[in-house]
Design a protein around this ligand. Structure first.
Ligand SMILES: NC(=O)c1ccc[n+]([C@@H]2O[C@H](COP(=O)([O-])OP(=O)(O)OC[C@H]3O[C@@H](n4cnc5c(N)ncnc54)[C@H](OP(=O)(O)O)[C@@H]3O)[C@@H](O)[C@H]2O)c1
Length: 258
């Protein structure tokens, strides 16, 4: 793959976990990187740290809460002012809230928690896409990569309803958007990881138990690492994936096989 030195990639929720690893990989691929999370300090820290790795002029940090439309609009104004373009959007920001460390049931889920999960995981991607498209269309090229989850593909027994609904929802959203923007050279695909070792996965009280079940049921006999996700995103962002849109790449060690 040719280094993508002109192209600009925004990865939401990229101060830790999968998003940070994806940003580092796209940085190695040569993109200019926009880091984001809802916490100013975390964005500053990640931006300084990545700047040391790939050069400060190639990293731009913007704190914004993706569930807040005004905040997203402001982020895109700053991106437009700084770069005047956006080539790759990775909608990675997400939460998987628990209740006292456990997975809430539909009955026990506080309604506020339901709304917040849908707002960040699903509506957040709607907002970023809405404001990214005017920066992609003039390029007649663009890549939107949305982070779904195995929990959006099947019943796992590990995930809560709000999280699963948001991750299934983003697949439907991505298909319709792929249909709308293909004629502008913009592709929209999802990646759908299984259990990946990050702080999100560790917040679950039964994390170790789930890991064991995961190992025993998956053909590859292990849980995933952030590095298991970055290659798929790098591929979908690249010109190698030119003829691919509306797809879901499952990264579950074979746990989920349609
Ligand atoms: N880990 C897994 O097993 C797994 C499996 C399948 C799919 N996924 C998906 O992969 C994505 C990343 O997960 P992860 O495990 O890396 O989680 P993580 O370690 O908790 O990281 C989540 C990132 O999203 C940011 N974020 C949260 N709320 C935000 C908001 N309102 N606006 C902007 N940024 C926000 C967080 O920063 P702040 O809190 O500072 O805002 C952080 O940078 C999520 O969409 C998740 O659903 C994870």
């Amino acid at each position: 793959m040719k280094p993508q030195t002109e192209k600009v990639a925004l990865i939401t929720g990229s101060t830790r976990g999968i998003g940070l690893a994806v940003a580092q990989r796209l940085g190695q691929d040569g993109y200019k990187i926009i880091l984001n999370s809802s916490q100013k300090e975390a964005v500053l820290e990640a931006t300084q740290s990545m700047g040391k790795q790939i050069g400060a002029e190639r990293v731009f940090g913007v704190s914004a809460d993706v569930s807040n439309e005004q905040s997203v609009e402001d982020m895109f104004t700053r991106i437009k002012d700084r770069f005047g373009r956006l080539d790759v959007l990775v909608n990675n920001a997400g939460i998987s809230p628990r209740l006292n460390g456990e997975k809430p049931t539909v009955e026990t889920t506080p309604s506020e928690q339901w709304l917040q999960t849908i707002a960040i995981n699903l509506t957040g991607a709607f907002y970023t896409c809405k404001y990214a498209l005017p920066l992609m269309k003039p390029l007649a090229w663009g890549r939107i990569i949305n982070m779904s989850s195995q929990a959006g593909r099947m019943f796992t027994g590990f995930a809560s309803a709000h999280y699963s609904a948001s991750k299934a929802g983003i697949i439907g959203f991505s298909r319709v958007l792929a249909g709308e923007v293909g004629e502008f050279g913009i592709t929209v695909n999802c990646v759908s990881p299984g259990k990946i070792q990050t702080s999100m996965a560790a917040t679950y009280a039964k994390s170790k138990e789930v890991e064991e079940i995961y190992r025993s049921r998956s053909p590859l006999k292990r849980v995933g690492d952030v590095q298991d996700v970055v290659g798929a995103v790098s591929f979908l962002a690249s010109t190698d994936a030119d003829f691919m849109t509306g797809s879901v790449l499952d990264l579950t060690g074979g746990f989920y096989m349609p």
